[in-house]
Design a protein around this ligand. Structure first.
Ligand SMILES: Nc1nc2c(ncn2[C@@H]2O[C@H](COP(=O)(O)OP(=O)(O)OP(=O)(O)O)[C@@H](O)[C@H]2O)c(=O)[nH]1
Ligand SMILES: [Mg+2]
Length: 397
């Protein structure tokens, strides 16, 4: 039996509860075998802990089964699960423990996740016992929009393209269209033929690196359960999404007909300028195709978004979808940089200086964008920017 510093776990749980606040009812660490290693309940006098543990243990067991499977294939990161009474967050903590947070059903998980990840990381290190770990949780404040923008401006002047932001990217679409398969393919490079419906949502992280641009975009990918029994949770899970992939199955007309519904659901609660893409998945089953490429494109055009076709099975276009989104995000950032640069030039005449590396990065970015142009007018626009950059470069030299 490995020695675990339970006093330290308790101290950490207390910090975690304090930072998350009232909505966190109980927190526990569970082993892969399903046994509770340590638990803290906010109000043990009013909540009979044993009874309480008993009440949800059946559920925990069920979820642990799923998590254990995911552990085996190495895909478990974090996930949420809801019942009428509680909202659960499960977060991988080291290779064989799970941090379970039990919350009030109306708790806002987006606010809590940053703390949960931090706590899970500390739990893993406390259990590991190799190095000293502080149980203290620092305050993580959600930046207000204004602060974020200010931060961005300052940031860009120092390093225009390197990105330290994490973008929330959500996958939506009917049950069984292949959302989880797309994420698994992209994040872990695997594909499983058997269908296990997602429960609630499944969250993964992945950094999309662009070496040529010396930059990357970090995604927090929220893969939603598409089956209608999870309907109540969709708006909550989708709040604050910066980008979204609406998926349908090219051999299932109903999933295609529901695309508009998904579009409405996400645009209602996401960021106003959310980046969306429509994806027709399972192109490897082209012989049984019910939706033509033209139909897909037509609908995307109607919604004013981009269209792609993929196969999670053969991995066709999977990386491309995510990379396309990442590039658009960089593009949006560049727009801001570009505006700042041009505004400054106008304001200060020739006094404003753009560094040679900055110019190079911008040129590389726009050159790369040419690959992704859909029509001639798009390309024209980009060539125009490249010209401007060339002119700036000339003047400098
Ligand atoms: N042939 C083929 N099968 C696929 C493809 N993508 C997914 N599937 C299969 O379709 C089924 C459903 O895939 P999932 O990824 O679980 O679907 P989902 O959209 O996450 O479903 P929910 O979690 O219920 O919303 C599984 O049996 C997958 O193996 C694909 O590109 N080609
Ligand atoms: Mg799924």
């Amino acid at each position: 039996m490995v020695y675990i510093d339970k006093a330290k776990l308790q101290a950490l749980f207390k910090w975690y509860m304090q930072e998350v606040g009232e909505s966190l009812i109980s927190v526990l660490v569970v082993g892969q075998d399903g046994l509770v290693v340590e638990i803290l309940t906010r109000d043990p006098e009013n909540v009979d802990e044993k009874k309480f543990v008993g009440a949800f243990s059946a559920l925990v067991e069920l979820i642990l089964k799923k998590i254990t499977q995911d552990f085996d294939i190495g895909t478990f990161g974090a996930g949420t699960f809801d019942t009428d009474k509680f909202r659960f967050i499960f977060c991988e903590s080291g290779s064989d423990h799970v941090l379970v947070s039990i919350l009030h059903p109306n708790a806002f998980v987006d606010d809590i996740f940053p703390y949960t990840y931090l706590a899970a990381d500390k739990v893993a290190r406390i259990i590991d016992g190799e190095l000293p770990v502080s149980p203290v949780m620092p305050k993580i404040k959600r930046q207000t929009e204004v602060e974020k923008i200010k931060h961005k401006m300052e940031y860009y002047q120092k390093a225009p393209l390197s990105s330290n932001y994490v973008y929330k990217l959500s996958l939506i679409g009917d049950g069984g269209v292949g959302k989880t398969s797309m994420v698994q393919r992209y994040v872990h490079g695997i594909f499983k033929a058997d269908y296990k419906a997602t429960i609630g949502t499944f969250i993964s992280k992945k950094e999309c690196q662009f070496d040529e641009l010396k930059t990357s975009v970090r995604f927090m990918i929220w893969d939603l359960a598409g089956q209608s029994q999870f309907q109540r949770l969709w708006p909550d899970y989708l709040t604050d999404s910066r980008a979204g992939i609406i998926v349908f199955d090219i051999i299932d007309r109903e999933s295609f007909e529901n695309v508009k519904k998904w579009y409405d659901i996400i645009t209602e609660v996401a960021f106003p300028n959310i980046l969306l893409i429509l994806v027709g998945n399972k192109v490897d089953l082209g012989n049984s195709r019910e939706i033509t490429t033209e139909e897909g494109m037509e609908l995307a055009k109607e919604l004013g978004i981009y269209y792609m076709e993929t196969s999670a099975k053969t991995s066709e276009n999977i990386d491309d979808v995510f990379e396309w989104i990442a590039l658009q995000i960089i593009n949006m950032n560049i727009e801001e940089v570009k505006d700042t640069i041009l505004d400054k030039q106008i304001e200060e005449g020739n006094k404003f200086k753009i560094s040679s590396p900055q110019l190079k990065i911008l040129s590389q970015f726009f050159t790369k964008q040419l690959d992704y142009c859909i029509g001639k007018s798009d390309a024209k626009e980009i060539i125009k920017y490249l010209d401007i950059l060339k002119r700036i470069q000339k003047n400098k030299l």
